[in-house]
Design a protein around this ligand. Structure first.
Ligand SMILES: Nc1ncnc2c1ncn2[C@@H]1O[C@H](COP(=O)(O)OP(=O)(O)O)[C@@H](O)[C@H]1O
Ligand SMILES: [Mg+2]
Length: 213
C-alpha cells in the first residue's frame, strides 16, 4: 500500500495573478537553464547578494511572506554561513513565538504561531542522521504538513529529499567585503553572502522568487 506523502491539509491560496512572462517552458523547447537533478523537471531559481547579517534577516522576513503550511525550506551552507540568521527572519516574518537560535541541543524546535498561521519547525539536520524520514519519528507536537519546516542542512547534503522544496544555498562570497571598504570592525561582523534559491517542484514553479530581492 502506498501512503500519500505530505498532502496539504488546507486548500492552497488562489494562484498569484500574473504568471511571470514566458516562465512556463514551451514544450519541446530547450530549458533556459540546467535542469539539475530535479525529477519533476520544474525548477525556479534566483540568486541574490546579501551584504550584512541584518540584510539576511530581512530576506528571511520577506521570504516568510511567501511561505505556507506544508512548505519545506532547506538551507545549505557551511557553519557560520547564515542559515540560522535567515531562519530568525523567517520566524519574525511568520510571527512565531520564541527566539530562533541554533538548534544546537535539539534536533528540532517548534515555534508556535502567535496568530493563526502555521508553526515554524526548525530542524538541525546535523543531528538528523537518517534523513528527513526520521523527522516523522521525532514525536513533535505538530503535524509537519501543517507547519513550515526549515531544515539547516550541511553543505553538500541534498540527496534523497521530497519533490517539493525550496532549497536555499548560502555561500560566503570571495572578493569584495566590508574589509575592502576599509572598515575593520564592520568587516568582522558583516560579510557578503551569495544566496541562491532553488524552487523545486510545482509548488515553487510559479513563485516569483525575483520579488525577494
Ligand atoms: N551577510 C551575512 N549574512 C548572514 N550572516 C552574516 C553576514 N555577515 C556576517 N554574518 C554573521 O555570520 C554569522 C552567521 O551565523 P549563523 O546564522 O548562525 O550561521 P549558520 O546557521 O549557517 O551556522 C553570524 O554571526 C552573522 O552575524
Ligand atoms: Mg545554524
Amino acid at each position: 500500500m502506498e501512503a500519500p506523502h505530505h498532502q496539504h491539509p488546507v486548500p492552497p491560496p488562489p494562484a498569484p495573478s500574473g504568471a511571470p512572462p514566458g516562465g512556463d517552458g514551451a514544450p519541446g523547447g530547450l530549458p533556459d537553464r540546467p535542469m539539475g537533478d530535479s525529477p519533476g523537471g520544474v525548477r525556479n531559481e534566483r540568486t541574490v547578494t546579501v551584504p550584512t547579517a541584518e540584510a539576511m534577516r530581512e530576506l528571511g522576513v520577506r521570504l516568510a511572506g511567501r511561505l505556507r503550511a506544508g512548505d519545506l525550506v532547506l538551507l545549505t551552507g557551511e557553519l557560520g554561513a547564515g542559515k540560522t540568521t535567515l531562519t530568525r527572519g523567517l520566524g519574525e516574518g511568520l510571527g512565531v513565538r520564541g527566539a530562533v537560535t541554533s538548534p544546537t541541543f535539539v534536533i528540532a524546535r517548534v515555534h508556535p504561531s502567535l496568530t493563526d498561521g502555521p508553526p515554524l519547525v526548525h530542524v538541525d539536520a546535523y543531528r538528523l542522521g537518517g534523513g528527513l524520514e526520521e523527522m516523522e519519528d521525532l514525536d513533535l507536537d505538530v503535524s509537519l504538513p501543517e507547519s513550515v519546516v526549515v531544515v539547516e542542512w550541511g553543505e553538500g547534503r541534498v540527496e534523497e529529499l521530497t519533490e517539493e522544496r525550496l532549497h536555499i544555498v548560502i555561500a560566503r562570497s570571495t572578493g569584495e567585503s566590508a574589509q575592502a571598504a576599509g572598515d575593520a570592525e564592520q568587516a568582522a561582523a558583516d560579510d557578503v553572502r551569495t544566496v541562491t534559491f532553488h524552487g523545486v517542484g510545482e509548488r515553487w514553479a510559479r513563485e516569483d522568487l525575483a520579488a525577494l530581492g
